[in-house]
Design a protein around this ligand. Structure first.
Ligand SMILES: [Zn+2]
Length: 220
């Protein structure tokens, strides 16, 4: 169940406590939890509609959802009403960019983020996306990275913390900074860590095959 607080200052804000779905004007966003089962398995998807999921490979590729989904991609875009787009994750960030007529669903790990998948998704929009949703993902409390990693990618110090000589990265902060630099300030972050909340699958915690599903669609 949802038990986090959403920013209700947004005029598009509306929430329905059904099927773990949130509605922002014409756009519906949902995500599963561990108790919903591994969403890689079709029978576990207890939703009444077909979800288009790209062939995720940690790339920066975004494709129109009408294209062949067997090709590698980590983001889908559509302006078609009723078309449900999704990504499967276990620690990586599910991101939904949208305005009231278009949306993009992105699987963003560090590779995708560093390689510019957010910017790629942005470029698909005819009208600028006005809203962003950041789903359950591993956060700075748990996402340990090596010093060599930070050095290799020249990660700015504002994106990580140091604790007992160890380094923890905030992918969400990197994503948010990218979004703000693209002019998108309206960011809804569920603020849930997949690794320590116990409510989601976490690759880092040993859930190598299990995935949660995040999806979004524009209402017909
Ligand atoms: Zn955590």
């Amino acid at each position: 169940m949802f038990n986090y607080h959403l920013n209700n200052k947004n005029p598009l804000y509306a929430i329905i406590y059904a099927m773990k779905e949130i509605t922002f004007g014409s756009v519906v966003i949902g995500f599963t939890e561990k108790e919903d089962g591994n969403q890689r398995i079709l029978e576990n998807r207890k939703i009444s509609f077909n979800v288009l999921i790209p062939n995720q490979k940690h790339t920066n590729l975004v494709i129109s959802a009408k294209n062949d989904l067997l090709q590698e991609a980590d983001g889908l875009y559509t302006s078609e009403k009723g078309l449900v787009l999704g990504v499967l994750t276990a620690d990586c960030i599910p991101i939904v960019l949208f305005n009231q007529d278009e949306l993009s669903v992105i699987h963003a790990g560090w590779r995708g983020l560093f390689r510019g998948i957010v910017e790629k998704a942005f470029s698909f929009f005819y009208k600028k996306p006005t809203f962003c949703f950041i789903g359950p993902s591993i956060r700075v409390c748990c996402y340990e990275v090596g010093k060599d990693f930070l050095e290799q990618f020249e990660v700015e110090s504002k994106y990580y913390i140091q604790r007992d000589g160890r380094y923890f990265l905030s992918l969400q902060d990197i994503a948010k900074e990218k979004l703000r630099s693209l002019g998108l300030d309206n960011i809804q972050d569920v603020n849930q860590c997949t690794a320590c909340s116990g409510k989601y699958f976490s690759f880092r915690k040993g859930d190598f095959d299990d995935r949660i599903l995040s999806y979004a669609y524009i209402k017909e």
